[in-house]
Design a protein around this ligand. Sequence first.
Ligand SMILES: Cc1ncc(COP(=O)(O)O)c(C=O)c1O
Length: 453
Amino acid sequence: MDTPSPLDVDRAHLIHPLHHPSAHAGTRVWVSGRGAVITDSTGRDYIDGLSGLWNVNVGHGRQELADAARQQMVTLAFHSSYAGGTNEQAIALAERLSRLAYPSINTFFFTSGGAEASETSFKTARFYWKALGKPDKTKIISRHRAYHGLTLAAMSATGLPAFWPMFEPRTPGFLHIAAPDPYRFVNTTPDVSLGVAAANALEDAILREGPETVAAFIAEPIQGAGGVIIPPADYFARIREICARHDVLFIADDVITGFGRTGRWFGLEHYGVEPDIMQFAKGITSGYVPLGGVGVSDTVRDVINGVPPGKRWMHAFTYSGHPTCCAVALANLDIIERERLVERSATAGARLLEKLRTLEAVEGVGHVRGQGLMAAVEVVADKSTRSLFPAEAGMTQKLTDAMLERGVYTRVAMDCICIAPPLVTTDAQLDQIVDTVRDAVTQVVGSLSAHHP
Ligand SMILES: Cc1ncc(COP(=O)(O)O)c(C=O)c1O
């Protein structure tokens, strides 16, 4: 009998994220990576246009991170961080983050990834209001096209409806407002800017629900999985004001936008405001080992520390403060600082955006946007109406495949080709990504137009 191929074994034994056999037909087996390049089992190289899943910020193949993991594993791979125990790596990482994060955020809880960070934020927001004698403040407001993770509450905060139907009912008390999408938000109040109008939707929702029932508002500084939506410059100042006015905690989901992705350490730095709670994951270890977490403002920390023992923050997680993961994070931060990758993201991103903007002349390219090394090219059927191709056109798969065939790995979300390569990607590789997007869109849109003249 023939030995089954790895893909046969995969199909027999693995369930993948977003699983369906139809999505797994042309599957690549990824075997190695170096810098911004990944290699599949046939030996073909691709530019990693999405840094894995928006997380391999320092690029692939870093010996230094493997050394940090090995050193910690042979010393103390794991022990519990439950109150009453701690470890040097978690302590050092929390202290370091307090210097890097928003000034008012100095205290941290570690998880394994972003969804657990979302859960932690939601539970902490509820805890905060209960501790302050406002137990009815429990609702969480988020935005359409948001992505906050796979757990039931994070899924309920997620504003991409495709994630919901087969897992409903969603957690009660989660609602959504429109995304501040400069390309698609319809401003019906022209006396104010688009950014202010989009933020005012939060105040409308809070007033409709009753401020005494709303615990928090959660937002990605730049929405990633929803198609790289970059809010106007005045959006978050207004959001901050509305949250303060109605006693609603503001949670920044920096899971993608953290650790240099946007050309700053964290996403809200572009907007000059600070959250009450921030969450992070992905880039903190560049994906070499799983780690996420939340940071809380000094005010929130004081409330957590101020309750009597019987009302303690009863939120527990085996892998919180995992010494090996924290050791890798510290080594990863060393690389980001030593190689000035945050600055690199800003300058390379500005150059990338300038080149991507030339694609706006291409048939089918509706909008191009970017901040640091986080960008998107949105493909439309009609540039004047901004309408998308019908779902039957299968643009997501077609564009993803066309990019891959030309040697660039990326993801396509609602016909937005997302681009978030490692912060070490060279200018020549970035130019190759731009050329590949041009070719892929021209071919895919051209073939559709040929079928539907
Ligand atoms: C903004 C944001 N929040 C949360 C998550 C969930 O993170 P994880 O997949 O690590 O649970 C993601 C994942 O893509 C994300 O982009």
